[in-house]
Design a protein around this ligand. Structure first.
Ligand code: SF4
Length: 507
């Protein structure tokens, strides 16, 4: 029998959440570094370089890897011989730890959780509640897995109940291209096979929290049907050529993890959940001897890299830019932006569009004419920071607002992450506008290019308020040009063909 105190339990989970907000797991760094070393697509290689540079900066600066600091997932395997020294429920203790971690004054993490999800969607303020799974198992210790899962990758989860004779590989290859780049590849695919609908989803989530180990499997060859399937999916998904950030390249997945469970003879449930460039999880055991000890990693685990193409990049002055200049920009080209731009994401867009459609003026000082909008919801700043980590959010959520904004405000272009839908691309081409992407999962690096920040409108929206940012040499890639050509279409198509002539990526 061991006794776990509330203090040890909550301290451990709180420390774990702070730890994973700024330390990528070492296996992820090793896999991403190997992928960066062998990448031949310049745009994808640059995106991976930014992810790795950002990761090292976060490890050094103890600031979040991504502005989306995630929804907390906690898995507990509780020994039957464990006694709890607390009057509170396990869920209440976990949520107290989450609240403390996200409100930490030295490294505040963004609260992204909203209550009343089908209605008012009010931010709970401290990122509670967590999603908690508990198993009771033999033993006298508690095994804890803590993860912070980004919304962009969680949103791309897939589920189907296949016919027993259907091919799982074919289903995965059909689904992955439909996931676009909003899950910030390269990452890990977790696949759960069997059980029931909810069991398959849980297996997929558990699978992405296992260590990256595809290189071991490649070295020793598969021994089981599940291992064969894993290797086949890994090779075939990478052969799709989607690449980092969907720009086209050799590596789309760093690993594929599979878990299975017996199922009904009539069913073949399959669930797939991707993990992203902000892969964040940690595992520890409590045995009653005190809180978990989470040793910091060595900085030597991170590669010392610099970006290849800063010197070749076109430098853009946003304050003097004319619409006629946009026509020269090529899909896949890297730009360095300096000058001022405006920000806005879901809630601000809704307010702006409602005003425009009612024919009412925008708030004083909010003028999009001749300017760019950056889809971002930054982390609060600390110390002398101008702004906390501030990476792009998924642009497709703003697609339905794009035409009105371009039509009615004189907006020149947008900066976000991942592809645009056909409706937004059509509007971009009609208005001779452009869409640029910043690297998802490189939020701290992006924030260092932001030299000034002031709220321009809707301060009550918190991280969703409209800011004016003054930026210097902010790296972005042209994703949709003034003709409506999208790098998210041309890049993967080009690299899928090239991969036919290049050996498929090996970890
Ligand atoms: S890396 Fe991309 S998907 Fe992951 S949390 Fe950040 S923005 Fe979201």
């Amino acid at each position: 029998m061991s006794t776990i105190t509330e203090q040890d339990f909550t301290d451990s989970i709180c420390d774990a959440l702070q730890y994973i907000s700024y330390y990528h797991p070492p296996d992820f760094i090793r896999a991403m570094t190997a992928a960066w070393e062998r990448e031949q697509s310049p745009a994808a290689r640059d995106a991976m370089a930014q992810i790795l540079i950002n990761s090292r900066m976060c490890a050094e600066g103890h600031r979040p890897i991504c502005q989306d600091t995630g929804i907390v997932n906690v898995f507990l395997r509780i020994g039957m011989d464990v006694r709890w020294d607390s009057p509170h429920s396990i869920d209440d203790m976990v949520n107290a730890a989450v609240s403390r971690a996200y409100m930490n004054a030295d490294n505040p993490l963004r609260g992204s959780i909203v209550s009343d999800p089908a209605g008012a969607r009010r931010n709970t303020g401290d990122n509670t509640p967590a999603v908690i799974h508990k198993d009771v198992v033999p033993g006298d210790s508690v095994e804890v897995t803590v993860a912070a899962k980004g919304g962009g990758s969680e949103n791309k989860s897939r589920f189907a109940i296949l016919n027993p004779s259907d091919d799982i590989v074919a289903w995965v290859l059909e689904q992955v291209p439909t996931m676009g780049a909003g899950w910030c590849p390269p990452g890990i695919l977790g696949i759960g096979i069997g059980g029931t609908a909810e069991k398959a989803m849980l297996l997929a989530k558990e699978a992405i929290l296992e260590p990256i180990s595809i290189h071991d499997l490649q070295a020793r060859s598969p021994q089981t049907r599940l291992e064969e399937l894993r290797l086949e999916i890994f090779n075939q998904v990478n052969a799709l050529g989607i690449g980092a950030q969907g720009l086209g390249g050799l590596t789309t997945v760093l690993d594929v993890k599979l878990k299975d469970y017996p199922t009904h003879a009539a069913s073949k449930p399959v669930a797939m959940i991707p993990n992203c460039a902000a892969t964040r999880h940690i595992h520890f055991t409590l045995d009653g001897s005190g809180p978990a000890r989470l040793d910091p990693p060595h900085l030597t685990d991170w590669p010392e890299i610099t970006r290849d193409n800063d010197s070749n990049s076109r430098r853009i002055n946003l304050d003097t830019l004319q619409q006629a200049e946009l026509g020269d920009w090529q899909p896949g080209e890297t730009l360095l932006l300096s000058g001022t731009l405006l920000t806005g994401r879901d809630a601000a867009h809704k307010r702006i569009i409602d005003l425009l459609e009612r024919g009412e003026p925008l708030p004083d000082g909010l003028d999009f004419n001749g300017r760019f909008i950056f889809y971002v919801g930054p982390v609060d700043p600390v110390g002398d920071e101008i702004v906390g980590p501030a990476g792009p959010t998924t642009a497709t959520r703003m697609d339905k607002f794009t035409d009105t904004l371009l039509e009615k405000t004189g907006l020149l272009g947008m900066i976000g992450k991942a592809e645009r839908g056909p409706q937004a691309i059509d509007s971009i081409a009609r208005h001779k506008a452009v869409y640029l992407i910043a690297t998802g999962g490189a939020a701290y690096l992006v924030s260092k290019a932001i030299r000034t920040a002031r709220v321009v409108a809707f301060p009550e929206l918190g991280m969703e308020a409209v800011y004016e940012f003054g930026v210097e040499d902010m790296p972005v890639t042209v994703a949709v040009d003034t003709q409506g050509n999208s790098v998210h279409t041309s890049g993967p198509a080009e690299w899928r063909m090239r991969i036919g002539g290049i050996p498929v990526v090996k970890a």
